[in-house]
Ligand binder design. Structure first.
Ligand code: NAD
Length: 360
């Protein structure tokens, strides 16, 4: 491989007890923050990302140069569907863990490109699991599921025991399928797998396709913003979870993951671990409150248009029960929406100001 030296260097933990983690989706929002956090605490990290064009590639390149390069995380440009590349990587480095965050995210893009959800969230996941299961000492896997699997379930707060058989979008359906696939690989191949159901993650370096991000942009540009409500005037609310809290949850999931049993441990495969855990904030905030908070932080009044219709694929409310995360991971979110949005807005203004407002 042409990057053998860089990969090996990046993969090397600083201490003997450190992990070596493959992070997929490494130039994505959560992936970039998680890679840096792992590297900073002394773990070895190799990133993988196909830099897809679902949203602004310049932002992905900036995450790479300003976050990952600076922290010393090497990123391989490639697709999780490329099994030749994956086998090469797993041949070069002994990964103890995979933090699998590569996915086609977003709900509405499925109207335009349904296949990208199947390709990345189902085919790509299976391809990754196939490669992992065939290694001699398979790593433990921690991966991102989503609160969207709760779908039309209206019992709140959402507990891991609640029904998840009514997805409201193709995105949710592929995340739900991922959980089923993960369970099968755990059961048959003894892989240790933890699925984390993230709840609306936000913060600096966030995703431009998410409401808090494009509301900020549009409010600053004095453009009208649309606020979608349920047909019955029900307010839409989200359990916004700050990026640093989610990253802490991911790191604890890695630390508490049991080893995969692997192909030499057939008899013990029943002992491999399978977990599904909510990572939320347990305090849903309405879209109106979100906009009010942004107005306050930006010191600009928003031009609001209320649309009495839910957006396609959206569920009215998300609200996490995090008692399992607290028990399993010692997880405790510490950042509320106002504090978190303040950090996002600070980043946003600096980032786009440094680029002479070119992306506004
Ligand atoms: P993101 O889009 O910023 O990051 C995903 C990254 O994966 C992107 O950089 C993309 O280029 C890469 N990628 C996509 N398909 C790939 C493929 N086939 N091969 C290689 N790389 C590929 O999204 P994010 O917000 O960082 O989300 C990370 C994970 O968390 C995703 O699995 C997402 O579904 C899940 N999630 C996110 C949220 C949220 O609010 N941000 C909520 C629930 C679940």
């Amino acid at each position: 491989s042409k990057w053998k030296t860089e990969i090996e260097l990046s993969a090397k933990p600083r201490s003997r007890r450190g992990h070596t983690v493959l992070v997929t989706g490494a130039v994505g929002f959560v992936g970039a923050h998680a890679s840096v956090a792992l590297k900073r605490r002394g773990d070895g990290v190799v990133g993988l990302d196909n830099f897809n064009r679902y949203y602004d590639v310049a932002l992905k390149n900036s995450r790479k140069s300003e976050l990952l390069d600076r922290a010393g995380v090497f990123v391989v440009k490639g697709d999780i569907n490329d099994d030749v590349l994956l086998r090469e990587l797993f041949g070069l480095v002994h990964f103890t863990h995979v933090l699998h965050l590569a996915a086609q995210a977003g709900v509405r893009y499925a109207m335009v490109n349904p296949n990208s959800y199947i390709k990345s969230n189902i085919d790509g996941f299976v391809n990754l699991l196939e490669v992992v299961k065939s290694t001699i000492a398979p790593p433990a896997i921690v991966w991102a599921s989503s609160s969207s699997v709760y779908g039309l379930n209206s019992k709140v707060p959402f507990s891991e025991k609640d029904r998840t058989d009514q997805p409201a979008s193709l995105y949710a359906a592929t995340k739900k399928a991922g959980e089923a696939i993960a369970h099968a690989y755990n059961h048959i191949h003894g892989l240790s797998i933890t699925g984390l159901r993230f709840f609306t993650v936000y913060g600096p370096w966030g995703r431009p396709d998410m409401a808090y991000f494009f509301f900020t942009k549009d409010i600053l540009n004095r453009k009208q913003i649309s606020i979608f409500e349920g047909a019955n005037h029900g307010t839409v609310a989200r359990d916004f979870t700050y990026i640093d809290d989610v990253v802490k949850g991911c790191l604890s999931a890695i630390d508490s993951a049991k080893k995969s049993v692997g192909r030499n441990g057939r008899k013990k495969k029943g002992e491999a671990q399978f977990r599904i855990i909510n990572l939320g904030n347990t305090s849903p905030v309405s879209v109106h409150k979100l906009v009010m908070t942004l107005e306050k932080l930006l010191k600009v009044k928003a031009k609001k248009k209320v649309v009495l219709m839910p957006r396609n694929g959206d569920v009215p409310l998300t609200h996490a029960d995090i008692s399992l995360a607290r028990m399993e991971l010692g997880y405790k979110p510490t950042v509320d929406l106002e504090m978190g949005l303040k950090k996002f807005v600070q980043w946003y203004l600096e980032y786009y100001d440094a680029r002479k407002k070119s992306s506004w």
